[in-house]
Design a protein. Structure first.
Length: 344
């Protein structure tokens, strides 16, 4: 499958969210731009087989993310095409944090012993910039360019099968429905994931059937509610949070764009002001930190610092005669008897 006969990867988790970086063996994608390369990967089955091999089981899992790394263009340190188990997102916030960590730790990008390093990555969505904060020769935090966010609609009544929920809609790179977990009767704990997924699916589907939600300046392709973010305030300026997006995917991390959306709502309510700092704890216990930089009538500018940690290095290669070499994918359904589906 790979021109090298194998794929060499470096894997990270970003506050629990997985990311696999393919540093050798990535397919040669045709195209003059990163957008054209992404389009080629999406539309060519032979090229897409690489993604399925790396993202699907038994080497990956239903929520796997990753990227192919290529030489960059002038003004960038390298280029990347993102992928997950169902396709190729044009951008990926947590993936950019992982790539920035890899760039520093592999010494592809130099960094000071103390201070900050900048990493510039060419992606299908354009130039992604990360700021890597160094302390004592180690990475102390990673941030993307400051996020711009704003409320979209407040107090939206969502009529579900058994109740009516109140949600707030906010934009932080995509539109998120923010729900108070206690009001919704769910717990942001690992053993509560099935209930969170079921409710998140229902809320998102109901909102998107109602009408398309498009912030004025947003790309029309982002119309509709991308994710449902459940929040539980657990202390002064401390939230516990989880985001259910797409059709039941669970972000293990606090979800950077969802954090920006959440901060915009708190700022609109007067609960956060310029330079105020807040901790956002994820469902598995790691945290992002946000700082509100600027408030204006059009929204807020938020600086969000996360972390990325290497989990291992791998060499993946297809074994002769393996009937499952192409990969398969199982994803559990909502609470009740699970009916997994496989894609070979």
């Amino acid at each position: 499958m790979s021109p090298l006969g194998a794929y060499r990867t470096v894997d990270y988790h970003v506050a629990g969210e997985p990311f696999r970086i393919v540093v050798e063996g990535a397919p040669a994608l045709p195209g003059a731009t990163m957008g054209e390369r992404r389009a080629a990967a999406r539309t060519t089955d032979v090229l897409d087989a690489h993604r399925r091999f790396l993202a699907h089981e038994p080497r990956g899992h239903a929520d796997m993310y990753g990227a192919y790394v290529y030489e960059g263009v002038e003004g960038t340190d390298f280029a990347a095409v993102f992928w997950h188990t169902e396709g190729y997102p044009p951008s990926c916030a947590h993936g950019t944090l992982a790539l920035a960590a890899w760039a520093i730790e592999s010494q592809r990008v130099p960094a000071p012993f103390d201070g900050e390093a900048r990493v510039a990555i060419a992606t299908p969505a354009g130039l992604a910039r990360a700021r890597v904060i160094m302390g004592g020769g180690r990475i102390a935090g990673i941030a993307l360019e400051s996020s711009v966010a704003h409320p979209v609609e407040r107090g939206v009544r969502v009529a579900l099968a058994d109740r009516v929920l109140r949600v707030d809609l906010a934009f932080g790179g995509a539109v998120f429905a923010v729900v108070e977990a206690r009001d919704a009767g769910v717990r942001i704990e690992p053993d509560g994931v099935r209930a969170l997924v079921a409710l998140g699916r229902e809320v998102r589907r109901t909102l998107n059937e109602r009408s398309a939600v498009v912030p004025d300046e947003a790309d029309p392709r982002l119309s509709g509610v991308f994710g449902v973010t459940f929040v539980d305030p657990i202390g002064p300026r401390v939230d516990r949070t989880v985001t259910v997006f797409n059709d039941g995917w669970v972000d293990r991390s606090p979800c950077l764009p969802a954090v920006a959306a959440r901060v915009s709502l708190l700022a609109a309510d007067g609960l956060l002001g310029p330079r105020d700092r807040m901790r956002h704890e994820c469902i598995v216990g790691a945290s992002y930190w946000s700082t509100l930089l600027e408030v204006s009538p059009s929204g807020v500018v938020v600086d969000i610092v996360g972390s990325a940690h290497r989990t291992g290095e791998h060499v993946f290669a297809p074994a002769p005669g393996d009937p499952l070499a192409g990969g398969f994918l199982l994803r559990a359904g909502p609470p009740g008897p699970a009916v997994p589906t496989a894609r070979l």
